[in-house]
Design a protein around this ligand. Structure first.
Ligand code: NDP
Length: 253
């Protein structure tokens, strides 16, 4: 029995990368994890590898899909932990960025967080030891070239995190954001492919370019992010509230 035994944790984007690692980590402490995302096959494969985990299809850009998915999640008990991890990224210089692309990123990364959080607000506010964890990014704390839409979305997630932490401070639920630098996942692979395509660099050079943004000169592993999420869910972490926790090897914000 772990300290999360009996608690239901929803992890959006739980079928891959950081989300899957977080589900694995929370299950170790006893949580019943619900993995959400659009690709049901990937979710089911992930859930099959985690004790007590379930897979539920959910598109965070679709309010009806979110409502249905969270109703199904709640059938296993009130959702007392929500990890808003689903996210997308792309890159373009600002003078070539279309409004459509800007809004596509906000719809998943910002409004998606709003929709999922709203779906479990009553559960979280009533929880004995609730946790809302938003996966932002180092791009939520500082700016970078060619990702103005992504930076705007991840800064917005931190704003929402801080506001909700203040608003819910009298409840037993904390609200925090985790802000990683580049993590070795499919999303980072996308950035590596873009560097190769735009600059002619080879794969090692492209990885080295991403690693430069981390003072430790490396990409993070998903388990490092998952560990912080696990720590935030511990009852003894309850005074950590409204924080944007940077994981980037020493880059001061
Ligand atoms: P992945 O691409 O592996 O994960 C993204 C996840 O989001 C997928 O599981 C995907 O599932 C899900 N997703 C995307 N769109 C939707 C949607 N409309 N509805 C529901 N789920 C959706 O990358 P990461 O694991 O790296 O990304 C996880 C989070 O971490 C993101 O928020 C990202 O911005 C953030 N992050 C990542 C960093 C990195 O370097 N990797 C650095 C900092 C932050 P599906 O396709 O099945 O819907």
């Amino acid at each position: 029995m772990g300290h999360l035994t009996g608690q239901t944790a929803v992890i959006t984007g739980g079928g891959t990368g950081i989300g899957l690692a977080i589900a694995r980590r929370l299950a170790t402490d006893g949580a019943n994890c619900v993995l959400m995302g659009r690709n049901l096959e990937r979710l089911e494969t992930g859930a099959a590898s985690i004790p007590r985990a379930r897979a539920i299809q959910c598109d965070v850009t679709d309010a009806a899909s979110v409502a249905t998915a969270f109703d199904a999640a709640r059938a296993g008990g009130a959702v007392t932990i929500l990890v808003n991890n689903a996210g997308i990224a792309s890159s373009a210089p600002f003078h070539r960025m279309s409004e459509e692309e800007f809004l596509r990123i906000q719809d998943v990364n910002v409004t998606g967080v709003f929709r999922c959080t709203r779906a479990v607000t009553n559960d979280l506010r009533a929880a004995d030891s609730g946790r809302l964890i938003n996966i932002s990014s180092i791009a939520g704390l500082s700016g970078g070239p060619y990702i103005s839409h992504y930076c705007a979305s991840k800064h917005a997630v931190i704003g929402m995190t801080r506001a909700l932490a203040a608003e819910w401070a009298k409840t037993n639920t904390t609200v925090n954001a985790i802000c990683p630098g580049y993590v070795r996942t499919e999303m980072a692979e996308g950035a590596i492919r873009t560097i190769i395509e735009k600059t002619g660099a080879n794969r090692d050079q492209a990885i080295a370019e991403l690693a430069k943004s981390n003072p430790q000169g490396r990409l993070l592993e998903v388990e490092e992010v998952a560990e912080i999420a696990g720590w935030l869910c511990h009852p003894d972490s309850r005074s950590v509230n409204g924080q944007a926790i940077a994981l980037n090897g020493g880059h001061s914000m």
